[in-house]
Design a protein around this ligand. Sequence first.
Ligand code: TNX
Length: 527
Amino acid sequence: MKRLSLALALLCAVSVSAQPGPGRTTFREGVFPFDSRTTLTADEALRPIADYAAEYLRCPVRQDHSGDGTVALVLDASGDIPAEGYRLEIAPDHIVVRSGDYGGAFNGVQALFRLLPPAIYGKRGLPEGTVIACAETHDAPRFAFRGMMLDVARTWMDADAVKRYIDLLSYHNINKLHLHLTDDEGWRIEIRSHPELAEVGGFRGGDSPVKAIYGKWFERYGGYYTQEEMRDIVRYAAVRNIEVIPEIDLPGHSRTVGTVHPEIRCAYAADTAATAGYDYRNAWCVAREENYELLGDILGEICGLFPSEYIHIGGDEVDMSQWKRCPDCRALMARMGTDDPHRLEDLFLERLADILREHGKRPAVWNEAVRTGAFSHDCRVNGWESTKACLDATAKGYRTVVMPGEYFYFDMRQSPNEPGHQWAAIFDARKVYSFDFAEAGFSAAQMRRVEGLQGAFFSELYVAHEPEKPDYLDYMLFPRVCALARIAWSGNDEGWDAYYKELREEHYPRMTAMGIRFRLTPPQVRY
Ligand code: TNX
C-alpha cells in the first residue's frame, strides 16, 4: 500500500508541469504532499482567505504557524512585495504565501490552486497522493484594475448566479465586478425610499408596464436584489478580492424608471411615453428640479450599500432629441448660453457627481460623458465605444478603464454564425489576447492614465431562462475571460501559441472540472 501511494505520489509529481502563474518561478528539489496532516494558518487579517481555501483543500484552519504540512498565509510588512503581488514558496514540509496586502494573499492562493489537480475546484478534497513540486514564485499584476461587467438589467441573474460568476472571475485574479443594475428593460436593486422602482421596474411581461424592447415578452419575467442580498453579494465578493462597482445608468437608458415614474421625462415625452413599440424616449429631463431629489434618494442609498470608492452613473447613448424638443431644457440651454445638448448631459452628470461627492464617493462614467472634456477629472472613464474612444479619454487626461467593444465586449459573436452582436467586431479569445497598448497607439503619458482593462457582457440578446439556452453566458465568457484576465495581469509577451497551449492543457480541464460550458475555441480563427 505504502509503495502504491509512493508510486502515485511520484506519478503526480512528474505530471505536475503547471506554472502557478505567469510570474517568475524557480523549481526546486522535492515535493510537498497534500495529506491528512495538511493544515492552513493565516495572519489575522488574512483569516477569511484561509477559511476560503480550507473549503477547497478540505483541511482544517489552525492558529499556530508551525508544524509540518502547514500552508501559511503571511503578511509581509517590508514593502518589498508590490500591491496584490505575492511570493509563493513551496518546500517539502511547508508552503508559505507571502504578500503585502489581502489581495496578494488571495492571488497567491489562486496560484497554489493552479498547481493542484482541477478536482480542487469541486471542493471535494484532493485525490490521494497529491503532491506538488517545490518551487518559488514571485508575481504581481500589471494593472490595479482587472474588471468584468455583467448586465443583470436586461437579463435577470439571481444572487446565486452572480456569486457563481464571482467565483469564476476570482480564479483568474479579476478584482472588479461592475454590475449594470439598471437599463431600459429593468431595475434590479431595491431602493427603500422608492420601493416601486424595483417592485415594478424589476419585472416585464405579464401585467408589468415595463415592455420588452428586444423581442416580445408575454410572461412575467424578472427579479431584483434586496439590499440585504446585495450586501451579501458585496461581502462574498470582498472575501474573493473583488470589489463590486454598481452602475445606475443615467440620464439615458432609463426607460424603466420613466415607465414607473413618467414625470421624470421631459414633459412632452411623459405624456406620450405609453406608445407601443420601441420607445427611444428614455432620458431624464435635465431641467426638472425634482429629478435631482429623486436621484439624491437613489444615489444616497446606493452609496450606503456599496463600499466602492466609485459609483457608476452611466452617461452612454443618450437620445438628446428629447432635450432639444423640451421647452424647459431649451430654456435651460439658453440660460447656459449654448445650443449644444451635450452641455446638458455635462450639467446633469456633474450634479449627480456632486451628490456622490457629498457621500464621499467619486463618479465613474462611460466615455461619451467626457466627450466635451468639461466633466470633472476626478471621475473614472470606462472607454467602450472603440480603442479610439479610450485614446481620446486618456489624451484628455481622464483616468480610464480600457474596454473597447472590438476586443472586450463578450456579447459579440465569436464567429459569423454564432449568437451575439457584431456591431463592434466578431472575435474569439485569440483577439482578446492580442490587445496591445503600444500597437493601439497609447503614449507613455496616456498609459499613466490607464487604470486597467475590463471585459463586458451586455445581455439584451441573452435569455437565460430559456431552457434550451442555459449555457449561453458561459459560452460567451469563456475562454475570452481567461485571455482578458491574462493580459490584465501580465500582458501577452509569451505569445498566442504558448498561451493557447496553456488554455488547452490547463484552463480547459479546469473549466471542465468547474462545470463551465466554455467555447472550445480553435487555435486559429476559422470562419
Ligand atoms: C452598447 S456599452 C451599450 C449597451 C448595449 C451594448 C451591446 C454601452 C455603454 N452601451 O447598451 O447593450 O452596446 O453590445
